[in-house]
Structures are given as C-alpha cells and as structure tokens.
Ligand binder design. Structure first.
Ligand code: PHE
Length: 467
C-alpha cells in the first residue's frame, strides 16, 4: 500500500505507450545513429548484426528487465531503490547516481555540437561548412570546420547551454506532463525521419555495394581473435545503446504503472532501439560508401564520421541540403530524449535525497551540469593542451563512466539479483498482474552466469587491447 502511495505522489507515466516511448527515447541516441553503423561495418557486417541481435534478445533483455523491475518494485530513485533491494548493496545506488551526473554534462556538450550542425544545415550552410578550412597561425596544417568550431570557447558554450536548457524543459514539467508528452511526440517524428532518409539513401546510384557490405557476413580475415573482439564490441555497444547501468531504467521503471506488462514493454523498447540502429546503418554505410568510392576506411570511428565525413557526403548528394538538415534534426531529437532521461535520473535523486521540489532540484542540476560540462568545452579550447592518462577531458569522463563504472555497476547488479536477493525478486515483479514470465529460464541463466561474464569481458577488453 505504502509503495503505491509513494509512486503516485512522485508522479508517473500515464500509459504503457508513454513509458515505452520514453524508455526508447533514452535508448535511442548517438550510440544508435553514429556508433552502431561503423561498428557493424568494422566487424564484418552481417556477422556483427547477427551477434548483436542475439545479444539484444538475451543479454540486453535481461539487464533492462532487471533495472526496470528494481525501479518499479521499490518506487524510488536510484539511491533509495538499491538500498531497498538490499542494504549491503546501498553503495550501488550512489554509483548509479554518480554515473548519470557525470555523463549528462559531456553528453550535452556533444548535443550542443549536433545542435550547431542542425542550425548550420537549416540555414543552408552545410555545403560550405563541409569544405571550409581554417589556417593555423605558424603552421601549414589546416583545421576543418568541426575542429575550428570546437576549438572556440563562446560558440560551443552557447550551444551547450541551449541544449541543457532544452533538456530541462521536459524534466521541469515532470514525468507525465513533460517527459511522456515530449516522447510521444518526438519518437514517432524520429522514426518517420529515419525511415524517410534511409529509403532516400537506398535509391542513390551505387548504394547496393554499401548495402551488401553492411548486410552480408564478411569472413575475410575473420580470425578467432577478431571474433572475440567482435563479441566484446557487440556486447559493449548493446549495453550502452540500451541505456543500461546509468540508473535511467531504474528511475523510469519507478514511474511505470503496476498494471502494465514488464516483459512486453522491454521487448518493445528493444525492438525500437535495434530498429533505429539498423536503419541508421542503412543510411550511413551506403552513403559513405558511395561518397568514398567503396573505401570502407572512410567509416572511421571517431567524431570525425558524424561531423566531418557525413557533411561531405551530404554535400555531394543530390538534395543533400535537405537530407543533411533532416539528418541533423534526427540526431538532435535522439540526443535530446537521451539527455532528458539522464537529467531526470539525477533530478529524481536530488528531489528524494534532499526533499526538494522538482523545480528547485532542476535548477541545482542545471547549474551542476553547466559547471561540469564547461570542463569538457574548455578541454577543446583554452585547455586543449591538458591531458590526463593521455585523454582529453571529455574522453576522460566518457572512458571512466562507460568502460569502468558502468560495467562494474551492471556486474554487481547481476550479483545482487542473481545471488544476494535471488531472482525471485525480479520474477515476482514481472508476475505482478501477469499470469506467466515467459522468459524465466533464459532470465535465470543470463543473470547468474552469462551477463556477469560479459561484464567482466567488457571491463577488461580496453585494458588488454591497449597493452
Ligand atoms: N542509449 C544511448 C545511445 O544509444 C546512450 C545514452 C543514453 C547516453 C542516455 C546517455 C544517456 O546513444
């Protein structure tokens, strides 16, 4: 009884579709649109797609279901939620609050870059930007539009600020009136945009070769060690793509209605997330392929793909200005719904921990985000020479959260549910109001054995491959 009262007074999603779209909004982000396509291209096309798909319905399903169930059962923000599950694991709640608080600032900095590109393309300057070069004093090296832009201080700070404020609007209005409403509008728009752009790209001359490269398994040079790296990359990508171990799904789960099916909601979120990633690949791989004359190395990993290569591809494409604009609107929407989920997770903690109102908590989180995010902005401009462990400030935030804190949190969550409180904790929540838990056996094997092993793999891979 107390649980129900608690959940109501915190507000919550008014419908299942609202919950699914908000969670999918969190899951669909830069990871789907920019990271997934180049990973698929790099790790043997169809082979990667197959492995990813298998992981999505097993590993991804298990971890997402676990987090949402913890949230819904406790009806609390991450700090209270993990404490409620098992007092000995309270520290996980702190970790789950720190992770989004560290990711949100730099994610909004990147969101600001995307916003800048959206405005450049909307104003018709995409083509000029794609070829612009800026001289560096005392050197004959030239900077691209992107490098020049992030090297400045005022402009990136301005777009960062705007992105943070846009994010906060939805969070400010609360779960049902803010996040749910925004997601119900933005997610269908995003889907229409991505389908439209992918259909257009596939009609371009020469798209077929890129399509083959993306979809067909490529066994060339596919050794056992490459297979291991592919598995690890697919696992890591999935984990990031589904917004797992960021405290987000626990928070959104705490707002979910008790009468809605957990199992089918998770399946729907998964389908949405994977579909968008797949469609993004249908756009990026063939487009870059045509532009580079079949040179797959143009699908490089870094931010250069999105901010340097793709604008060039759009510039060379018929109707590229419109397609480029639509593409950057798409990326902005995807990034926005993800940053909303990050901010909500942190705001929920501040509200609960300090018993503050939503609006005051929002203001505190905005100020914190701006302060921490400015470090990342400065890391590319005035403090460009500053490096720690060979990384720029933004990369440092990214590496420490994604490669260390998140796998640790996910691993310990598996131990908590698989061994400390036992899987009945999640099973009871899944069965609440439902007759059966169809994937129960799969769930048990995954959470006790396979997921922890995958987490250890993700955790050690970057260190092993760097040696
Ligand atoms: N799931 C997001 C993606 O695919 C990642 C993310 C979500 C990052 C939420 C931050 C916040 O890009």
């Amino acid at each position: 009884m107390e649980q129900t009262k608690n959940a109501t007074s915190r507000g919550g999603f008014g419908s299942k579709i609202g919950f699914v779209l908000a969670a999918a909004g969190s899951a669909v982000g830069l990871g789907n649109i920019w990271r997934f396509p180049y990973l698929a291209a790099k790790y043997g096309g169809g082979i990667f797609l197959m492995i990813y798909l298998i992981f999505a319905v097993t590993f991804g399903f298990t971890l997402m279901l676990t987090e949402i169930a913890i949230g819904r059962r406790t009806g609390k923000s991450v700090i209270g939620a993990y404490r409620d599950v098992d007092k000995r694991f309270s520290f996980l709640g702190i970790l789950a609050a720190v992770i989004p608080a560290l990711i949100l600032p730099y994610y909004c900095v990147i969101g600001g870059w995307v916003l800048k590109y959206m405005t450049v393309f909307t104003k018709g300057g995409g083509e000029a930007a794609s070829v612009a070069e800026y001289a560096i004093q005392g050197s004959d090296k030239k900077l691209s539009f992107f490098e020049h832009f992030i090297g400045m201080l005022k402009e990136p700070s301005f777009f960062f600020l705007i992105f943070v404020l846009l994010t906060s609007v939805a969070v400010f209005f609360g779960v049902e009136k803010g996040i749910e409403k925004v997601s119900k509008f933005l997610m269908p728009v995003l889907l229409i945009l991505i389908i439209g752009i992918s259909v257009y790209t596939l009609t371009l001359k020469g798209a077929g070769n890129g399509l083959k490269y993306y979809l067909l398994p490529n066994f060339d040079g596919f050794t056992f060690s490459k297979l291991l790296r592919t598995i690890s990359a697919a696992c890591g990508q999935l984990f990031y793509s589904m917004s797992i171990a960021m405290g987000i799904m626990v928070t959104y789960g705490s707002y979910m209605r008790k009468e809605d099916s957990l199992e089918s909601s998770v399946r729907q979120i998964e389908i949405f997330d994977t579909l968008v990633a797949f469609l993004a690949g249908l756009i990026i791989v063939p487009a870059v392929f045509i532009f580079s004359g079949g040179d797959s190395s143009a699908l490089n990993a870094g931010p250069g793909l999105m901010f340097i290569t793709l604008p060039k591809v759009f510039a060379a494409m018929p109707a590229g200005q419109i397609i480029g604009t639509a593409f950057f609107v798409l990326v902005t929407l995807a990034a926005l719904t993800s940053s909303i989920s990050l901010m909500e997770t942190v705001v929920a903690v501040v509200m609960e921990k300090f018993r503050l109102s939503r609006s005051v908590s929002c203001c505190i989180v905005i100020i914190l985000t701006l302060a921490i995010g400015m470090l990342s902005v400065l890391g590319y401009s005035s403090w460009a020479g500053f490096k720690l462990f060979g990384m720029q400030i933004l990369d440092l935030f990214d590496f420490s959260t994604n490669n260390i804190m998140m796998p640790v949190l996910a691993f310990l969550t598996c131990i908590l549910i698989g061994y400390a409180v036992k899987t009945k904790y999640v099973e009871e929540e899944v069965m609440f109001g439902e007759k059966q838990f169809r994937s129960r056996l799969l769930y048990n094997i995954m959470i006790k054995v396979i997921c922890p092993v995958c987490m250890i793999m993700i955790l050690i891979t970057p260190f092993v491959t760097k040696l």
